[in-house]
Design a protein around this ligand. Structure first.
Ligand code: SAH
Ligand code: SF4
Length: 358
């Protein structure tokens, strides 16, 4: 008996369907004395037809549909706020979860690409000084189904205009490797070819650099891309900007990443926020070049998006030029992330921060 049946409740007794991998859905049906073959139409309904209630599953015996309705739950987050850039290329939704907490989801449109940026936690415990999510602190973990539901939300908004999601980045609120099991389950569900089937090469997980999580991920064989938020190449500066660096300093981080690239054969993308006079200095450029020597890397530069408490400025053009010249000189591939998100406060955690300020 659930006293809070309208809340997010997920257990073996009354699981949330979006929490379950295909195999766990089969096991659930079997535990009800049903054929595991019924998982197929259920999965199609969940991840191709994008149903919003179990009663909408077709191709199953009526009695089983009734069982799904009464013995499982299916929560669809409610959209609270929508901000769309004037050109329609970027859109950000604040979604309300069953317990009233909120998470951010961003949809980015590039030429052919339709990319969703989703959250893995409400808030974040890592406390990076420049980050709006870090400034709000940790609130709670997201369940697998709450991570999955964000992607389904974006897919639904696209299907109505005849589009499809092509890419996924885990770069919204939270640190995915500090919610490892739930994030992994969500990825298994989202990559499953029988349903949404996102191609792993178009999925990127971004981490602040949690060493045990990177080592576990190296063993999973998911085929997804790994991005590491580096932002500083000396321990002193990195710890100042990103306190988690004290626990996972650069030598340990790079040892784990070396192992990761050996295991997976994949290069790592390093994110680098350009902060005027802080991360864009010749000393940092030199330290970065030194760190990345011989490492299969790609650097993604991002101009600082000013947030709440953090008063520093994004790097001016001259400093950006000098920084990229140093990377070019060392033969390190790099790109500059477009700043479109700024228009609509698409930076990590910024919409929720603003909502809370109102
Ligand atoms: N916790 C993970 C993923 C979420 S943050 C991580 O840190 O990698 C996604 C990216 O946005 C990270 O690279 C983060 O450093 C960056 N970011 C956070 N605040 C920012 C800001 N104010 N301006 C620019 N980038 C920011
Ligand atoms: Fe957390 Fe990432 Fe923000 Fe750091 S940058 S506080 S790890 S969400």
């Amino acid at each position: 008996m659930h006293l809070f049946s309208d809340k997010y409740v997920s257990d073996m007794e009354r699981p949330n369907l979006h929490d379950l991998t295909y195999e766990r859905l089969e096991a659930l049906l079997v535990s009800w004395g049903q054929s595991p073959a019924h998982a197929r139409p259920t999965w199609l309904a969940l991840y191709r037809e994008l149903i919003t209630g179990a009663e909408q599953v077709t191709g199953l015996p009526d009695a089983l549909v009734r069982q799904l309705v009464t013995r499982t739950i299916l929560t669809v987050p409610r959209r609270l706020t929508l901000i769309e850039a004037p050109d329609g290329a970027t859109r950000k939704d604040l979604l309300e979860l069953a317990d009233g907490e909120t998470v951010e989801v961003v949809l980015l449109r590039y030429r052919q690409r339709r990319s969703a940026c989703i959250s893995t936690q409400v808030g974040c415990a890592c406390g990076c000084t420049f980050c709006a999510t870090g400034q709000m602190g940790f609130v709670r973990q997201l369940q697998p189904g709450e991570i999955v539901a964000q992607v389904l939300h974006v897919q639904r908004t696209m299907v109505v205009v005849g589009e499809q999601l092509t890419n996924l980045v885990l770069m919204g609120m939270g640190e995915p490797l500090l919610n490892y099991d739930n994030t992994l389950t969500a990825l298994q569900i989202l990559l499953d070819k029988r349903g949404l089937g996102l191609p792993p090469r178009r999925v990127t997980l971004s981490t602040v650099g949690i060493v045990p999580g990177i080592l576990r991920l190296a063993e999973e064989d998911l085929g997804i891309n790994l991005a590491v938020s580096l932002h500083a190449a000396t321990d002193a500066l990195r710890t100042r900007l990103m306190p988690i660096n004290a626990r996972h300093p650069l030598d340990a981080l790079f040892a784990a990443l070396m192992l990761y690239t050996e295991r997976t054969g994949r290069r790592v993308m390093f994110e680098w926020v350009l902060v005027d006079g802080v991360t864009d200095t010749p000393e940092q450029a030199a330290a970065l070049v030194e760190r990345l020597r011989g490492f299969p890397a790609h650097v993604n530069l991002i101009l600082l998006n000013p947030t709440g408490d953090y008063t520093a400025r994004p790097s001016p053009p001259g400093a950006v030029e000098a920084f990229t010249a140093a990377l070019d000189h060392a033969g390190i591939p790099h790109t500059m992330r477009q700043r479109r998100g700024n228009v609509i406060a698409a930076g990590c955690g910024q919409l929720r921060q603003r909502q809370n300020d109102l």
